[in-house]
Design a protein around this ligand. Structure first.
Ligand code: MAN
Length: 358
């Protein structure tokens, strides 16, 4: 399998990104949506920030971002030397024990917003100095994550994880120019993530992958939903459940890139994690008229975290994609590496067909 990692990887790192507030540091620029917009390739990047330099042994007052009337988002600062009651073993979150067993997330360690980066060659990107969209307290009090862009005619629809203290939802917004964005509200209530909308109606309906997160029974699996208008989603069908213990996809599975139309069917690059949170990418080819019908699936990983910049970072051993473009018979996969950088890998369509045996 010829996965060609770009020799310029990583294309964007935290050092390329100006913090949205001088008191913040950028912890990661990763998991970006991608769109072709005329001559340019646009990445809508997730930028994760946290409070910079803390005085030892002192908990600073929270920094308020994006104040709207009485609503505000304030960053919360945890210091494991003082707040010893919490579990800091995962770099992404702060946990405490849940009454009756398990862990409850007290907060995330960073706050994410979305920011545009542009390039004419798809390799050298310039990221804006300022956020394109900051989270608002009433909808995304814990941040906006993992945007996926679906172009339908002249409009770009963006799904993203709207993280709140009451759970992770998936919201929709739209733009025509990546300058003005219009929020369209929550389309999947908590807990759901990884919504990738197909770029056209199939048999008269919009179709989207989504990934509910069951608490009692079941594991985080990929589902397919349908909608007449991109807002109301139903007719849920299970698409892919996790595999047995020990396998690369035993922990969770979810959409990755927005499905790509090819002459042989829908190409779907998704993510799967094992029980140790090692994130790989998998690949499917789906029937062009019936996306629930699988033509071929590769049952081993299509791409694994192998490069040093994928193995090490804010949260290591992660390759995670939200978008790919098919241009000149090549699939260009933009992906987050180790939850702090943006990278690109190219695969020739002919190699994908050979691998899938179609
Ligand atoms: C989460 C995802 C991503 C992230 C991975 C790995 O489940 O939503 O935001 O890249 O975990 O940390």
């Amino acid at each position: 399998m010829k996965i060609n990692r770009c020799v310029y990887n990583p294309l964007l790192t935290p050092a390329d990104v100006k913090p949205s507030d001088p008191r913040f540091q950028v912890d990661g620029v990763f998991n970006c949506g991608v769109a072709r917009c005329g001559k340019e390739i646009i990445l809508l990047c997730r930028v994760a920030e946290s409070v910079r330099q803390r005085e030892e042994g002192k908990i600073e007052i929270p920094i308020v971002v994006n104040e709207e009337g009485k609503d505000r988002i304030a960053t919360v600062v945890y210091d494991k030397r003082i707040q010893t009651q919490f579990d800091y073993s995962d770099s992404r979150s702060v946990f405490r024990k849940r009454p009756g067993g398990g862990k409850l997330t007290v907060n995330l360690t960073s706050l994410s917003h979305l920011r545009v980066a542009r390039s004419e060659d798809g390799i050298h990107f310039t990221i804006d100095d300022k956020p394109s969209i900051m989270p608002i307290a009433s909808q995304e009090s814990w941040g906006m994550e993992d945007p996926r862009i679906t172009q339908i005619e002249e409009t770009y629809y963006i799904t993203y994880s709207a993280v709140t203290e009451n759970g992770v939802c998936v919201s929709l917004m739209k733009t025509e120019d990546f300058v003005d964005f219009e929020r369209m509200g929550i389309i999947f209530g908590p807990e759901n993530k990884d919504v990738a909308i197909f770029p056209e109606k199939i048999a008269g309906e919009y179709v989207a992958f989504n990934r509910p997160v069951p608490f009692g029974i079941g594991m985080p699996s990929m589902w397919l939903a349908k909608s007449p208008d991109l807002i109301h989603w139903g007719k849920q069908e299970l698409f892919l459940a996790v595999s047995g213990e020990g396998s690369w996809d035993a922990g969770r599975v979810g959409a990755g890139a927005v499905p790509v139309k090819t002459p042989k069917g829908w190409l779907v690059v998704y993510h799967a994690a094992d029980v140790n949170d090692r994130y790989c990418l998998g690949i499917y080819l789906l029937d062009p008229e019936h996306p629930e019908k699988v033509i071929r699936r590769m049952d081993v990983p299509f791409m694994e975290p192998l490069a040093p910049y994928e193995k090490e970072g804010f949260f290591g051993n992660v390759v995670f994609t939200c978008g790919a473009l098919l241009e000149e018979e090549t699939l260009m996969i933009y992906y987050g590496a180790a939850d702090d950088k943006i990278c690109r890998a190219d695969v020739a369509l002919s190699d994908i067909w050979e691998m899938l045996g179609v």
